[in-house]
Structure formats: structure tokens, C-alpha cells
Design a protein around this ligand. Structure first.
Ligand code: SAH
Length: 407
């Protein structure tokens, strides 16, 4: 038997007066949730944390800068006693009891008339968990439920959003944890997933068995080019009433031809939405411990596709302008052309001693970083057998991360 039986209820506090007595860390945690549901929040406390002071300054709460008075509970629906003075909490509690206002107490739950559950929200569902005064257990159960909802392992699939259309989902640089919550949900809700080679493969293993998985590398290439075939497949499945996820590594709009797919969908009248991903030119250096900007070191970073060498007739990059800058240069798809690019940067004025980091298989089990200077880059790539995918970071930020290697 529960020692303290509780009756759960979802309070609709929008526009209703709620009093928070106390302005410390408990208030700081609870007040934002009350603001989020639109409650008319009054904080009563001689002192408050800077965060609460900010909320008062922004007009999100009313701060009464003094001690508690019984009259504070006039017209109040709900009160939280969260001071570090037991006598004050007791007074709030007694005053609330006589007015029949439910009162939460942060000091002694056994004397409170209401308990705050561990709360989480996912896609229109609010999860609240109460236990027998074991807050850590409540939080752990809440976390498990939310995680299962997000992953789709808790069988709520029948309520999923089944609007036909195409969702471009950026999967992040490779590690399965680096996709966004929205991206993960879209994957689990899909009828069809069209995945690239660089899309985080581990996430595909978690897909429900009834999802159709199309590996782009295995698409037939007849008279049409691969991209045209991809456009055709996503449009065709969406027109057949399916929810299609186009799943790529990083972000679909960063050297990912994602916008060509948007155009193809629009032309076919297929609804298309975009869920951005952590893009590798920023995320891969970050995970490898290299900042792309640093105060006093780099005031810009330039991301460039190195799939064409400098001077190539189809190149759209002004390499001498890039060389004239002083900030960070991040090169993608550049392993093959790296020697020519290094030469162009040095010819345009970058010192031969400029530090370079080559991060291979970033965020994945085989991740490794090769350090060099611009002058030595070609040799370092050969000696270390560097292969794509790799991100090449050029600039003083590399020395910030690896001071001893470049002293
Ligand atoms: N849309 C992707 C980039 C596609 S272009 C994004 O936003 O990240 C492919 C290039 O991205 C590769 O040649 C490599 O330069 C880089 N890249 C992507 N993932 C990488 C990883 N995990 N490690 C190193 N480089 C990566």
C-alpha cells in the first residue's frame, strides 16, 4: 500500500494566480515551467537569484521584494512554499490550508497538500511521474518513458503523424547520438527512408522492420544520373501516399544537393520539410577538440568544397581571396586536391608554417587527427594514408588546440 496516496491531475493554470514563496534554486527550477503554461506567477521573497530577477525584469513574473504575508494568497489558485526557513514554509502551508489552496512544500513533502511530479513532454504528450517520496526514481522512470517515446519503442506508433510528403533529415557527422531529436523522430515515423553512404548507419539498425529502406548506393542508374533517380524515387513514393525521409550525413544543404530535392518535390506538388543536421565542418573539428573560431585568433571561418582544384574552369572559389584572409579555412571533400589547395593558399599569402589538422572519420570509432603545416600537408597525407571522409582545418585555431605541436 502507498503510504501517501496521491490523485494525479493536470492543472490548467493559464491566467491564474500562482504564488511562489522563496527565490532560490527551487523557485528558479519551477518558475519557468509555470511561465510556460501561462500562469500569473508572483514570486514573494526579499532576495531572488539573478535568473529570477531577469524574469521579473522581462515582465514574465511579478516579484514582491519582501517576506510572505497571508494576504499574498488572496485570489491564489496554487502556492509553492520553497524558502529555506521552516517557520515561513509552515506559515504559508497553514495559510493555504485555511483558504483551501493546494500547497507544495520543498522542505517537507509529508506536510504538503500537493506534490510536483517529475515532468516531461514529447509531441503533445505530458508525462508526469510520482513515487513514494523518491524523486530520483520518479525522474528515472520519466526519463525511460520519454526516451522510449522518442525512440518509438514505446508502442505509440499508431498515433504517429502520417502526412504524406518528404522530410529532408540531416543525420549529423556520423555518431548516432548526434542527430537531433526531431530528426530521430522523423526517422522512426517514416514509411520510407532513402539513405546515403555518409548518413549515420547505426541509426538505420534501429528502424522498425516495416520501414522501406532504400540505399542510394544501390539505386539503379540507367539513362538518368544518380541525383535524378533519387529525386524520382522520393517524389514517386510521396505521391503514393508515403512519408519519405531523405537521410543524409551532416546537413542536407551543405554540399548535400538537398535543395535540388526540394525543387523536385515542389515541382511535383509534394510537401517537403527540412530538419537541419549538425554539419561536419563545424561538428567534426569540435569533437576533435578544435574550435573553428577563438577570441583574438579567428574572426571568420570559411567552409570550402575542395572537390575541384584551384584554377579548375568550373571552380567557383576565389582562392587568392581566401588566402588573403587570416581566419580559419575548413576544407571538405579535399583529400585529393589538398596539395594543390595548400599551394594556392601559400601563393596567396598564407604562411607556410600555418597549422593544419586533418580529422578523418570524425565522431566515428576510427576517428584520428593528423597534424601538419601547410608546407608539409602533402607529405603528411601520404605518410598517414589519409582517405576520405576527412575535414581539413587550416589556421591558427589548430595551434590553439595543439600548442605543443606548433610551438
Ligand atoms: N552534408 C554533409 C557534407 C557532405 S560532403 C555535412 O553537412 O557535413 C562530404 C564531405 O563531408 C566529406 O568528404 C568530408 O569532407 C566531410 N565529412 C562528412 N562527415 C565527416 C566525418 N564524419 N568525418 C570527416 N569528414 C566528414
Amino acid at each position: 500500500m502507498d503510504e501517501f496516496p496521491t490523485y494525479p491531475s493536470g492543472l490548467r493554470l493559464t491566467g491564474r494566480r500562482v504564488v511562489m514563496v522563496g527565490g532560490g534554486h527551487v523557485a528558479q527550477r519551477r518558475v519557468p515551467q509555470l511561465i510556460a503554461v501561462g500562469a500569473d506567477v508572483h514570486v514573494v521573497s526579499p532576495e531572488v537569484t539573478p535568473a529570477i530577477e531577469g524574469m521579473a525584469g522581462a515582465g514574465e513574473v511579478t516579484w514582491h521584494r519582501r517576506g510572505f504575508e497571508d494576504a499574498d494568497l488572496d485570489g491564489t489558485w496554487y502556492v509553492i512554499a520553497a524558502t529555506d526557513d521552516d517557520a515561513v514554509n509552515e506559515q504559508v502551508s497553514a495559510s493555504a490550508e485555511s483558504r483551501r489552496i493546494f500547497c507544495v512544500r520543498s522542505d517537507d513533502a509529508t506536510r504538503a497538500t500537493a506534490w510536483t511530479p517529475a515532468v516531461g513532454r514529447h509531441d503533445g504528450v505530458t508525462v508526469g511521474v510520482l513515487s513514494q517520496r523518491e524523486p530520483r526514481r520518479s525522474a528515472a522512470v520519466r526519463d525511460e518513458i520519454l526516451e522510449s517515446l522518442r525512440e518509438g519503442t514505446l508502442a505509440a506508433r499508431h498515433q504517429r503523424d502520417r502526412t504524406p510528403g518528404v522530410v529532408l533529415v540531416g543525420g549529423g557527422p556520423g555518431h548516432p547520438d548526434l542527430i537531433s531529436v526531431a530528426g530521430r523522430k522523423a526517422l522512426m515515423d517514416a514509411d520510407v527512408v532513402v539513405a546515403d553512404r555518409l548518413a549515420p548507419r547505426e541509426l538505420l539498425g534501429d528502424l522498425p522492420a516495416d520501414i522501406e529502406l532504400i540505399d542510394v548506393a544501390k539505386l539503379p542508374r540507367g539513362r538518368s544520373a544518380l541525383q535524378e533517380e533519387i529525386n524520382r524515387v522520393i517524389v514517386e513514393r510521396a505521391l503514393a501516399g508515403k512519408q519519405v525521409v531523405r537521410f543524409k550525413g551532416g546537413d542536407n544543404f551543405v554540399f548535400g544537393r538537398g535543395y535540388e530535392e526540394v525543387i523536385a518535390c515542389r515541382e511535383a506538388g509534394v510537401p517537403v520539410t527540412v530538419i537541419p543536421g549538425l554539419t561536419s565542418p563545424v561538428a567534426v573539428p569540435a569533437v576533435a577538440g578544435i574550435p573553428v573560431t577563438h577570441r583574438g585568433v579567428a574572426h571568420e571561418f570559411t567552409v570550402i568544397s575542395g572537390h575541384l582544384p584551384p584554377g579548375h574552369p568550373e571552380s567557383l572559389t576565389n582562392w587568392s581571396a581566401v588566402a588573403a584572409q587570416t581566419g580559419t579555412v575548413v576544407l571538405m571533400m579535399a583529400v585529393e586536391n589538398a596539395p594543390a589547395i595548400a599551394a594556392a593558399l601559400m601563393a596567396g599569402g598564407r604562411p607556410a608554417s600555418t597549422p593544419v589538422a586533418v580529422v578523418c572519420d570524425g565522431t566515428m570509432p576510427g576517428e584520428r587527427t593528423v597534424l601538419a603545416t601547410l608546407e608539409e600537408l602533402e607529405t603528411a597525407l601520404v605518410e598517414n594514408g589519409v582517405r576520405p571522409p576527412a575535414i581539413i582545418v587550416v589556421g591558427e585555431v589548430v595551434a590553439v588546440a595543439h600548442p605543443t605541436a606548433f610551438s
